[in-house]
Structure formats: C-alpha cells, structure tokens
Ligand binder design. Structure first.
Ligand code: PHE
Length: 353
C-alpha cells in the first residue's frame, strides 16, 4: 500500500511520484482485466472507500496547509483520469459483447425468412379486372355513396313509388327517405348530373338487399355498373363491350348471350349470360347443365332516365349494364359458396392469391 508517510529505510515518495506510480500500475491492471467484473473489482481497489487513491487522499490531512489545495487538485485529476479509463474500457467490453452476439446470430449466407405478404382480396382483383378492361377503352372509374336517397336509387331510374320493381329489390330502408343502395345504377344519374353527356364510365361498389345469407345469396354484395351515353350508341355496342369484358376475364373463346328481360331503367332490357368457363358450354355442375352462367343485367338506357337528367333522347342514346362481382369471381375461381369471400380465412384467400 502506498502512503505519504515514509517507510523506515527509503526516502519518502513525493505525492507526485506516488500518483504517477499508482497511475502506471492502474494502467497495467486495467490492461490485464479480462471482464466487466474484473473492472468493477479494479474500481473498488483504487477508487472505493478504502481504495488506494482514497487512502492517498486521506493522507492530505498531514500536509502543510499551503500544500493542501494543489495536492487535492492533483488527486482529483488522478481520480477523474482513472474513472475515464474505466468507463472507456467498460464501453469497449460492451461493444465487444454486442459484436460477439451479433456474429453468432447473423449468418448472412442463411436464406432469409420470407415475411407473410398480404395480397388483394379476390373480389377486389375481379373488380379491378372488370374496371381495368373498360379503363383501357377510355372509360372513367367512379364511385358513389352506399347510403342513397330513394330518388337516386328508384325515382330517377324510372321506378316510381308504387312500382312493383321496388318490392323486387327488398331494400334496407333508413330514416328520412334514405336507403342502402340496392344497385350501382343510381350512379348513372349522379354521374350524368355531375359530368353531362357524352359519358363513359364504370362504377364498382357494394350494394345491399334483404336476402338471407346462403351459398348463393348475401345481404351485401358487389356490382360493377357500366354506362355509355353518346350520339348513335346502339345494342351492338353493348354486346361488343360485354363480350370484350368476358374475353378479358375468361379467355378469347368466351361468348355472351342476351336473354330478354325487364328493368324499368332500360329498354330493351336483357339478362346477360356468358359461356360457362367450367365446361366451355357443354354443361356441368357449375352451370347446372345449361352451359351458360348469368353475370348481370343490361340494356339501352330508358328515354325517361335520359330526360330526368336533362339529356335529349332524340340526340343521345346509351347502354348500361350491372354485373355481379361475386358471381364472376365464383366462376373464375370455381368457388361454390359466396360466404367464402366474407370469412377472411387465410387459407382460402392465399389459395386464390
Ligand atoms: N341495376 C340492375 C340490378 O342490379 C342491373 C342493371 C344495370 C340492369 C344497368 C340494366 C342496366 O339488377
């Protein structure tokens, strides 16, 4: 132990000498400390309550008063220096430990674990395929409100309040003349009101009907509405548009047929079928042996509808259609239960991704 008092047979060391020696010894002890635990022991041995430097500091009491301030400062400087060296060394140990851990964990040649990626829902992809086909021909894509007024959902579409077609829609009515839209057709009216004619657009969206949920029905489903109004538009254009769409969706051999039908907002009206992709038209279980699949309704826009939005039926004519997205997606993917689309089962969704 180094103290200020002289041992019996040697010259007493000056404070400076003692501290220099102490610092040298500390440096070599530090270099020889193999761990953070050893560093802590070293700190106690030099700077602790009865550490070497602490003892040197205590001996200041025996110095002449004039020497005390300089001695105190020198000892404090020494303490600061030792602490700094300890801290540096500790940081180096921690860094080394971290690196060792990282080296163990990261094998950069190891194949990465691929993260589970999400994908677009099959209904969304079928919707995009339908709207994409028309977008490529210059049609605009618009969306509209799911809560509609009775005016847009019915009246403006030539369905007056007492019309039996209102019953057929099995609507969800809300207070204040509002209704959950039963089809995307109200957007025919809104779009012409907002943008005038000529007009070419498709409208994807949800629609609601009071149907009970089973393998083929849902109280909410998706449609894509199509509308083209311009001078000289005729039924042949409608058939070409829907045939082109079905070929884009199902392949180049696809055929489309119109069955006469009735909608108050089109005249003439048709139900639209396409050859069953399951059997190519020969008849199978998907198409109940008919060879055809119904995908929606269509027709030439009724003159009353054009008049309602201030468009002259003498100058303009138009076609419109509304197709069921679930129907088309079911046929595309060979799915026989509409509920599978709404259950968010990962296995099901991944299979179709
Ligand atoms: N809105 C009709 C329905 O939902 C489909 C349709 C749209 C028919 C456009 C003709 C024209 O059943």
């Amino acid at each position: 132990m180094t103290t200020i008092s002289a041992s019996s047979d040697t010259q007493p060391l000056s404070l400076e000498q003692q501290l220099t020696q102490l610092e040298t010894r500390f440096a070599s002890d530090l270099a020889a400390s193999p761990s953070t635990e050893a560093l802590e022991a070293l700190r106690v041995a030099y700077l602790g309550r009865s550490g070497e430097l602490t003892l040197v500091r205590r001996a200041i009491g025996s110095l002449a008063p004039a020497e005390k301030p300089a001695a105190g400062k020198r000892i404090n400087d020494c303490a600061t220096k030792l602490e700094e060296l300890l801290t540096q060394r500790l940081a180096a140990f921690e860094q080394a430990a971290l690196m060792a851990e990282l080296e163990q964990r990261i094998d950069v040649t190891f194949p990465g674990a691929s993260p589970a990626l999400g994908s677009l829902h099959p209904l969304r992809r079928t919707t995009d395929a339908i709207t994409g086909y028309f977008e490529r021909s210059g049609f605009a894509v618009l969306t509209g409100p799911e809560i509609e007024t009775e005016y847009y959902n019915f009246d403006a579409l030539n369905i007056p309040p007492d019309h039996p077609a209102r019953e057929g829609f099995d609507s969800f009515y809300l207070d204040g003349g509002l209704v959950l839209r039963t089809h995307t057709s109200p957007m025919q009216i809104r779009a012409i009101e907002a943008h005038g004619t000529p007009i070419a657009l498709v409208v994807p969206g949800r629609v609601y009907r009071r149907d009970s949920l089973d393998a083929r029905h849902s109280f909410m489903f998706h449609q894509v509405e199509g509308l083209l109004v311009a001078p000289g538009v005729h039924l042949g254009h409608l058939k070409a548009a829907l045939t082109g769409m079905c070929r884009a969706l199902f392949g180049p051999e696809q055929r489309v047929r119109f069955r006469p039908s009735f909608f108050p907002f089109t005249e003439p009206s048709a139900e639209v079928d396409t050859t069953c992709p399951g059997c190519g038209g020969d008849g199978c279980s998907t198409c109940s042996g008919t060879g055809w699949i119904e995908i929606g309704g269509a027709g030439m826009v009724h003159p009353n509808v054009l008049r309602e939005v201030g468009c002259s039926p003498e100058k303009y004519s138009g076609w419109a259609f509304g197709v069921g997205v679930e129907r088309i997606a079911m046929v595309r993917h060979g799915i026989d239960d509409i509920r599978s689309f709404y259950e968010n089962e990962r296995d099901f969704l991944e299979q179709l991704a």
